[in-house]
Design a protein around this ligand. Sequence first.
Ligand SMILES: [Zn+2]
Ligand SMILES: [Zn+2]
Ligand SMILES: [Zn+2]
Length: 175
Amino acid sequence: MGLLDEAGLDRLVTAGCTSCGGNKLVFLTYVDGLLPLMGGEPVGKITWVYDGEKFVDGVYEVSCDSCKKILFQSSICPRCNAEEKLDDALESENRWTVPMSCPSCEGEEVRYIAFLPARVLYEGKRAEKARAQAELDDEGFHGYRVDCRSCGKVAERIDRCPLCETPAPLRARPG
Ligand SMILES: [Zn+2]
Ligand SMILES: [Zn+2]
Ligand SMILES: [Zn+2]
């Protein structure tokens, strides 16, 4: 688990801001997005492929939308929990080569799955749609899996944490 669990999230959104009493909270989380690629170039928008438990597991900051008070903050790597590795994940570029084609069948159409920071606004317990905070070539975007549209084969990065390069094995994720 990360530092926040679902009960913790519930407590935060129920309490609202402890400083100004506002009920709109901004959650920053590392979650999974899927990007369709053709010949190594994005050919569509990122679609989210995470569930509620993974959302909570990846949360690294919660703040008040109006007065900006920080209500929760963590500096560990959101994927592997390595100490003080959050900045490394956010400030480094993708270290896993974006494939020009499928490593097995050479098909050009693949789905590239990555961890990227997302921003979600909560109003009370109601969450808005997640907004991506990084695109393919931006700092903070880290690929870890390729699914081929034609042969279905998967290449997955398992030797190191995709976010901070800590050597495997990585902790299991919930969900
Ligand atoms: Zn506030
Ligand atoms: Zn890590
Ligand atoms: Zn293939």
